[in-house]
Design a protein around this ligand. Structure first.
Ligand SMILES: NC(=O)c1ccc[n+]([C@@H]2O[C@H](COP(=O)([O-])OP(=O)(O)OC[C@H]3O[C@@H](n4cnc5c(N)ncnc54)[C@H](O)[C@@H]3O)[C@@H](O)[C@H]2O)c1
Length: 394
């Protein structure tokens, strides 16, 4: 018999809704599962979102105070989907209540907060997961398979970027993402974290970095009420200061000897959501881009002088894809990745199996972020060190 897993979702904005919808879809998409998710309670400070939680998502109840949601007896797993600076207090309370916890990335807004969350969970012995959803893309998993099987030979260079236009409009609202005490750092917390998590998953640890950062749109219209990620103000609206970085770039060395370059921006005009990587090896290379997430470019070195990149389309021959679309080249979408990660996390909870990415992998990401931040001050190369002091034996 499937195990009943009661779920609490803290924050019903973009990600809270995406995870809640995923939970609703899991039974029909994954009939061979070991659990049945039950949307027990949702917490949000916005009344309208609480009403939607019950009316449209079928939560049994919705509360304004997130503590109440965590401490409900019928909740087994807590989803942390609120702005960054609420992550650690929410995780602390979930750990105190002995609940498994899945947190959206980056976990807190500053490296020391991610470490704090990791240590709280390790001490409480609760199971953890983190929302690096792109690691679950079927073609990213296939890229990992090709790399691990040696198809690319020795990896020599990794090029990662996340160039998004979500902040490119100077009338885009000053939402929590731009405020230090709500988001922490800017693009390095928000989207470099995705790029680094992909790189570490695909080719391994980063050992040293040097980089730069910049804020290109220093003021934005102040929001009134609950502002959406893509909300827009008017030219005459009062403005406030952007308090964290819009752009960052990084050169790095990987433990396996490869070099790397990373660029992330939320204000460039043109690339709309270019979360992308290129991986170069001695026998071939790969390229993937979220904007065309159902395509993987593969170059295989051969004697044939007319060879070049080939396009591998997504399809049910790759992991998880067939749950959503049968056959070949019938595409899947962004929220499907969130459904895959939620299914995988709950399956691990139900069967007591290991799960990755966990808070440990989230720390691996901020270890790199901290070295990058250090290099902004020192203007020189910085070694990546384990901010937990190696408490996991790393
Ligand atoms: N994995 C991804 O690809 C991805 C994408 C977007 C966001 N995120 C992460 O998800 C988290 C949330 O981002 P978002 O875009 O969904 O934000 P959002 O602004 O759309 O939603 C946040 C929600 O939290 C609610 N909230 C604020 N204070 C609260 C409180 N005290 N108690 C309860 N609810 C409260 C807000 O009312 C809102 O509904 C962030 O940590 C972000 O980094 C991850």
């Amino acid at each position: 018999m499937n195990r009943r897993i009661g779920v609490a979702v803290l924050g019903l904005g973009w990600m809270g809704q995406a995870h809640s919808r995923s939970m609703l879809r899991i039974p029909s998409l994954f009939p061979n599962r070991s659990f049945d998710p039950v949307l027990v309670v949702c917490a949000d400070t916005e009344e309208e979102r609480r009403e939607r939680a019950v009316r449209d998502f079928g939560f049994e109840r919705a509360v304004a105070d997130w503590h109440e949601a965590i401490n409900s007896d019928d909740v087994d797993v807590v989803w942390v989907t609120a702005p960054n600076m609420l992550h650690v207090p929410m995780i602390e309370a979930a750990c105190a209540a002995g609940k498994a916890v899945f947190s959206e990335k980056p976990i807190g807004g500053k490296p020391e907060q991610t470490v704090e969350a990791f240590e709280l969970a390790a001490k409480a012995g609760v199971r953890t997961g983190v929302g690096y959803n792109y690691l679950w893309a079927p073609l990213v998993l296939h890229a990992k398979h090709l790399i691990d099987s040696g198809a690319l030979g020795e990896i020599t260079h990794y090029r990662g970027r996340f160039l998004s236009m979500y902040g490119s409009d100077e009338l885009g609202l000053l939402t929590w993402r731009f405020i230090l005490d709500q988001a922490g750092y800017g693009v390095t917390s928000d989207i470099l974290s995705h790029s680094v998590s992909l790189a570490q998953f695909l080719i391994g640890d980063i050992t040293s970095v040097v980089g730069m950062q910049n804020t290109t749109i220093p003021k934005r219209p102040l929001p009134t009420g609950a502002a959406s990620h893509y909300g827009r103000g008017r030219p005459e609206d009062p403005k406030g200061d952007v308090e964290n970085e819009d752009f960052a770039s990084m050169l790095c060395h990987f433990e396996n000897g490869a070099t790397g370059t990373f660029e992330v921006s939320r204000t460039m005009v043109g690339p709309e959501s270019q979360n992308a990587f290129e991986i170069y090896g001695t026998k071939g290379s790969l390229a993937w881009n979220l904007e065309t997430m159902n395509e993987l470019q593969y170059y295989k070195l051969t004697e044939d002088p007319s060879s070049g990149y080939t396009t591998i389309y997504g399809g049910d021959r790759f992991p998880f894809h067939g749950a959503f679309s049968p056959g070949q080249a019938n595409p899947i979408a962004l929220e499907d990745l969130i459904t895959i990660e939620d299914f995988s996390f709950l399956e691990a909870v139900a069967t007591d199996a290991p799960f990755s990415p966990s808070f440990r992998e989230a720390v691996d990401v901020v270890n790199v972020q901290q070295a990058l931040i250090n290099s902004w001050g020192s203007k020189s190369w910085e070694n990546v060190t384990d901010l937990t002091g190696g408490s996991n034996g790393k």
